[in-house]
Design a protein around this ligand. Structure first.
Ligand SMILES: [Zn+2]
Ligand SMILES: [Zn+2]
Length: 183
């Protein structure tokens, strides 16, 4: 699987570099690269009365981007704004299940958002877990009941911190089969 990491607007490069290193160690037969040109944040994604951005609008732009760009099986957008989705006050990310486009937001992963003093390792690990989770969705994986599995739904940052960056055995098998099927 070839994953392109796409910054949407301005994003800390440190996080992108960590994802670049870590994602191929989690997904089998996977190579990763950072897409040079950032995607501008779509202006129509901003919803003034909520002071948040629609993750679905941004995700659909990433989908358009993947369709226009050869060479990537999946594109993971990384953004640093507060996202919401219909019916949810906020989301850490969103993805097509299955599909080629995924999106995560760093906004609510930063320790200082919660008044925590934790360092950047915690922040980067959260970004990795949410990235693996959303990319897992693009491979057709659904939410997993096992609290330690990366496909467990994160209702809050506590759930994210509790789970691992890895799949449970069953989800790993399903992800491997989906990656094999990419050819
Ligand atoms: Zn999910
Ligand atoms: Zn699982």
């Amino acid at each position: 699987m070839k994953i392109g990491i796409l910054s949407v607007g301005q994003v800390q490069r440190e996080v992108l570099l960590e994802l670049l290193q870590a994602l191929p160690k989690i997904f089998p037969d996977t190579a990763c690269s950072i897409i040079k040109e950032p995607l501008p944040i779509p202006v129509d994604a901003f919803v003034k009365k909520r002071n948040q951005y629609s993750s679905s609008v941004i995700l659909s732009q990433i989908k358009v981007f993947v369709a226009s760009k050869a060479g990537f099986d999946r594109v993971l957008g990384v953004i640093d704004v507060d996202l919401f989705a219909s019916g949810l006050n906020y989301v850490f990310g969103e993805a097509y299940t299955p599909g080629k486009a995924a999106l995560i937001s760093l906004w609510r992963l930063k320790p200082n958002f919660y008044g925590e003093t934790a360092g950047s390792e915690v922040f980067v690990l959260r970004a990795l877990k949410e990235s693996v989770h959303e990319l897992g969705h693009t491979l057709g994986l659904r939410h997993c009941a096992r609290g330690f599995c990366v496909m467990h739904f994160s209702n809050s940052i506590f759930d994210t911190d509790k789970k691992q960056s890895l799949f449970c055995g069953q989800d790993y098998l399903q992800a491997s089969l989906a990656i094999n099927a990419l050819g």
